[in-house]
Design a protein around this ligand. Structure first.
Ligand code: NAD
Length: 241
């Protein structure tokens, strides 16, 4: 690990353009379980597809709302960790830096990251289920879920569900940063949810060095330039510090 870490540090120090992709793993050390790990206790009877699709919300709005309410509560209680902080330090010293995240917890912004692309939206944002518009004070409206004050449709969490399109421009911006970067970091993602899963391979094809940080092997591991096997909160401060 030490030799790989030194090589990865040198690559990042020499890079003008860095793109980073993060997944649920970077927030695990903050106390936010990965999607599947979260489905315990009360929620163990459901599959992600039962809770994270527009069809599930249309069929059982209260169940889906309650599930997201429990996740929101968790997100509100936790804080960014050393992994998030290391990426802020990396952004501060890198001329062109883009952070692409699949996470909906907003922890990168709370840590101080500035150029963040939230591919899957943000769990703290409320949207109208009919029109998609952002609603700023839905928490003041009674109901589980509440109803949009403008059109009366149900209020939904502002995340991207299975089968839904990504927020406008996010994928284009992520792809542009991926194709231009010298170094691409893939952190805490199982690399199976598309289209994010393809980004590291696009970076490799475009000639970038790809560094993976994950305690487990993923479909990217065999192709990555450097694999740093470990937890983001331990590896990233050593990589950037
Ligand atoms: P995933 O749950 O499929 O994979 C998590 C990955 O993180 C695994 O490969 C695991 O080995 C790794 N990991 C676990 N602990 C780690 C640590 N301490 N440091 C580094 N890596 C660690 O997550 P995914 O790839 O992000 O895809 C799941 C989907 O679920 C995404 O679409 C995402 O939007 C959503 N999700 C978001 C959050 C969040 O916002 N925090 C949480 C759960 C799921």
């Amino acid at each position: 690990m030490d030799e790989s870490l030194d090589r990865a540090r040198a690559l990042l120090l020499g890079a003008q353009r860095v793109a980073v992709l993060t997944g649920a793993g970077i927030s695990a050390e903050s106390g936010i379980p990965t999607f599947r790990d979260a489905m315990t206790g009360l929620w163990s009877q459901f599959r992600p597809e039962d809770l994270a699709t527009p069809e599930a919300f249309a069929a059982n709005p209260k169940t889906v709302w309650d599930w997201y309410a429990s996740r929101r509560e968790r997100v509100a209680k936790v804080a960014p960790n050393a992994g998030h902080a290391a990426l802020v330090a990396l952004e501060n010293r890198t001329p062109h830096f883009t952070l692409i995240t699949q996470n909906v917890d907003g922890l990168h912004a709370r840590a101080g990251s500035r150029n963040v692309i939230e591919l899957h939206g943000n769990i703290m944002v409320d949207r109208c289920f009919a029109e998609g518009c952002v609603l700023t004070s839905a928490d003041e409206i009674p109901g589980t879920p509440p109803r949009c004050a403008r059109c009366g449709a149900l209020v939904r969490p502002g995340v991207v569900w299975f089968g839904e399109a990504l927020p406008p421009n996010t994928l284009d911006d992520a792809l542009a940063a991926t194709k231009r970067c010298d170094v691409f970091l893939s952190i805490g993602t199982s690399n199976v949810v598309e289209p994010a899963a393809s980004l590291p391979f696009t970076a490799l094809q475009a000639g970038a060095a790809v560094i993976e940080v994950n305690p487990e092997r993923t479909p990217l591991s065999a192709r990555a330039t450097i694999v740093l096997a470990g937890a983001a909160g331990e590896v990233l401060p050593r990589l950037v510090g």
